[in-house]
Ligand binder design. Structure first.
Ligand code: GDP
Length: 193
């Protein structure tokens, strides 16, 4: 597949609106502000494809992107404290609703900020993916904010905290510098092949 040919398809505000799964799906999940939109734009070489927010906690939607027979799914960023209870409920409905459907889950990309320990919600997400036996990869974002030595230290610490086995790839990325993009693209290609 060609990562430069990915187009925005549609946004959905409830999981009931999601059309049936007709292609292998690669879903992206992570905390609000983890750098998910920036990563999508870098991965697909398109500046405005996913909206990068100045302020976290934008409206929860699931966004579908289409790329040569692969569907990319941008799940709403979770864990932003300053949103209303109803918005948090909408977030859970969307994410749980998505994963509860009968869909062609090819890969889930779980994004975590490399600078911090994983939050409870990050741990829940990884535990859920493992228990549901979904294929997933952990992507550490914003690596350019740390030195190479700190990156390695955090990578090891997060691998321990999340209890990742040798079969779960952990990719260190920077959307600002481009680090890790080729590695992530090859993992995605393999997952949808
Ligand atoms: P989202 O809420 O997960 O979609 O996160 P965004 O992509 O909107 O990014 C949140 C903030 O982090 C923005 O201010 C971005 O410019 C910044 N950011 C995202 N990725 C990187 C990165 O790789 N390096 C640095 N230094 N900043 C980043």
């Amino acid at each position: 597949m060609n990562f430069n040919n990915v187009r925005f398809e549609r946004s959905f505000g409830t999981s009931a609106q999601l059309p049936p799964s007709t292609a292998p799906e690669v879903a992206f999940a992570g905390r609000s502000n983890v750098g998910k939109s920036s990563l999508l734009n870098k991965l697909f070489n398109r500046k405005g494809l996913a909206k990068v927010s100045q302020t976290p906690g934008k409206t929860a939607t699931i966004n579908f992107f289409d790329g040569d027979g692969v569907r990319f799914v941008d799940l709403p960023g979770y864990g932003y404290a300053k949103v209303s209870k109803s918005e948090k409920e909408r977030w859970s409905e969307l994410i749980e609703g998505y994963f509860n459907q009968d869909r062609a889950f090819a890969l889930v990309v779980s994004l975590i900020d490399i600078r911090h320990a994983a939050s409870d919600l990050d741990v829940n997400m990884v535990n859920f993916l493992r228990e549901a036996d979904l294929p997933f990869v952990v992507v550490l974002t914003k690596a350019d904010k740390l030195s190479r030595q700190q990156q390695n230290k955090q990578k090891a610490a997060l691998k321990r905290q999340l209890e990742l086995g040798a079969d779960t790839p952990l990719v260190v990325t920077s959307s600002a510098k481009g680090d890790g993009m080729d590695e992530l693209r090859s993992i995605i290609k393999e997952a949808v092949a």
